[in-house]
Design a protein around this ligand. Structure first.
Ligand SMILES: Nc1ncnc2c1ncn2[C@@H]1O[C@H](COP(=O)(O)OP(=O)(O)O)[C@@H](O)[C@H]1O
Ligand SMILES: [Mg+2]
Length: 440
């Protein structure tokens, strides 16, 4: 910590000794600089003026660092009794309890902390608490210890770009914008170019937004953390900001990873409602996390997806945030051909005329193609039950299924067209118009 900062803060405080936020900032700065005695004095003075959560946490940290664990625990207990559910407080408390050999109590507190952030790792706590007591009580005989505590949001990405049909330029864009910065951070640094920022995918449902996000994780062997924003809003009313922060923390502790926000429009949905109900705070928290203010996002690849980009707050699109917005259209003929091939791979088939099939399913999404293959397979299964012999799928079978499943993307374009024509914020939706051949 540089002395200048400390000195100027000290000077500033001389002029406004009653400025609690300033004093708090000064105390935190001292703490960071390991000037424990001075920090202690400041925190105590703040507490005499106003009993703030922050000053208590600060003072408890000072005591912890000075090895005065029982002092530390007294303060933290008091804090937790006020109903605070602060992850950092819980972890500090668990550590201080451990130092005092209160194993049961430490385990209880550590469990509470892990319920907030299941992916958290701390070597000391894990060695002494998680593996002994917590694992002991868990009669899940899964021999993979790590798995048991992974966040429910973390998934294994079992697909990569090869599993995604078409989308060549989207793959390229993702590669340039987020994969390479991940693989060559030093090159970006050398040019003073800040890596970071995310990609927002939008388009009609079923055309592979979620799929390509997952494949991106598989492509770089990273973990895939997928979060449905509407889930967050429903699950954690009242505490959403904190929990949004925790999800980012889970991501930061599990790098490299792809952090994927599905239905991201839920954050901006009916914004006037959101503004009244404190949703604005959540949006601000999200932006702050994206900007990496609360933590370093290095190694976290951020992707978002939405079917309704026009509901999204424009603040999301600023540089360093979702500064690439990519339209994911329904697959073109070539892409449909390749999706058909991918989805029929390893299935019993006769020689299939992919070209002619692909030409007959214009406007079908990837999900639609999956659906027609499903229908065709069900028919074949029924036939196969008669003699127990699997009958191979033919071009004709699939064509029959096509008749029974209509393309699902037209409805989306009917709505999207209006936004693209009448609310086309600096050409944001030109891709839609081009796709619809309304604009060259
Ligand atoms: N380009 C594609 N290549 C392979 N499969 C695809 C593709 N697009 C869509 N699919 C299939 O359709 C399903 C639905 O796609 P999804 O990514 O969930 O759509 P979206 O998120 O855009 O609504 C996927 O699980 C995948 O099996
Ligand atoms: Mg999706």
């Amino acid at each position: 910590m540089d002395d200048n900062t400390i000195n100027s803060l000290r000077e500033a405080l001389k002029f406004s000794p009653g400025n609690i936020p300033l004093k708090q900032h000064f105390a935190d700065t001292l703490l960071k600089a390991s000037l424990l005695d001075e920090a202690e004095k400041e925190y105590k003075e703040i507490m005499a003026m106003a009993d703030t959560h922050q000053s208590k946490t600060g003072l408890a940290t000072v005591f912890f660092l000075k090895g005065q664990y029982s002092h530390c625990n007294v303060i933290l207990e008091e804090l937790l009794q006020t109903g605070t559910v602060d992850f950092d407080v819980l972890i500090l408390h668990a550590k201080a309890l451990l130092k005092e050999h209160s194993i049961d109590k430490a385990t209880e507190i550590y469990k509470k902390a892990l319920s907030i952030n299941p992916a958290f790792r701390d070597e000391e706590l894990d060695n002494q608490l998680r593996l002994s007591s917590i694992m002991g009580q868990d009669d899940d005989d899964d021999d993979d210890d790590d798995e048991a505590f992974e966040s429910p949001f973390i998934q294994k990405a079992d697909i990569n770009f090869d599993d995604v049909g078409g989308m060549a330029n989207i793959k390229k864009e993702i590669d340039l914008k987020i994969i390479r910065p991940l693989q060559h951070p030093e090159l970006y640094k050398a040019y003073g170019k800040k890596a970071g920022g995310g990609i927002l995918l939008y388009g009609p449902p079923g055309c592979g937004k979620t799929y390509i996000a997952k494949a991106t994780a598989g492509q770089v062997n990273a973990r895939f953390i997928s979060v449905g924003l509407s889930d967050i809003l429903d699950m954690w009313v009242g505490n959403s900001e904190k929990n949004l922060h925790n999800i980012f923390e889970v991501a930061r502790q599990n790098t490299p990873c792809v952090l994927f926000f599905d239905e991201i429009d839920a954050l901006g949905a009916s914004r006037s409602d959101m503004k009244q109900s404190g949703g604005r705070h959540l949006i601000n928290q999200f932006l702050q996390e994206l900007d990496g203010i609360d933590g370093n996002n290095e190694g976290v690849l951020i992707l978002g997806a939405t079917n309704t980009p026009w509901h999204l707050d424009s603040a999301f699109r600023r540089p360093g945030r979702f500064d690439r917005i990519i339209f994911i259209p329904p697959p073109d003929t070539e892409a449909r051909e390749s999706i058909l091939k991918l989805k029929l791979k390893n299935k019993p088939i006769e020689s299939i005329d992919y070209k002619s099939l692909a030409s007959k399913i214009e406007n079908y999404s990837g999900a639609d193609i999956e659906a027609i293959i499903d229908i065709a397979i069900e028919e074949k299964l029924e036939e196969s039950f008669k003699d127990g012999i699997p009958k191979p799928l033919s071009t004709k079978d699939i064509l029959n299924a096509v008749k029974r499943h209509k393309a699902s993307t037209s409805e989306w374009f009917a709505t999207a067209k209006n936004f693209a024509l009448f609310a086309n914020d600096s050409g944001l939706y030109d891709d839609i118009l081009t796709h619809m051949k309304i604009k060259k």
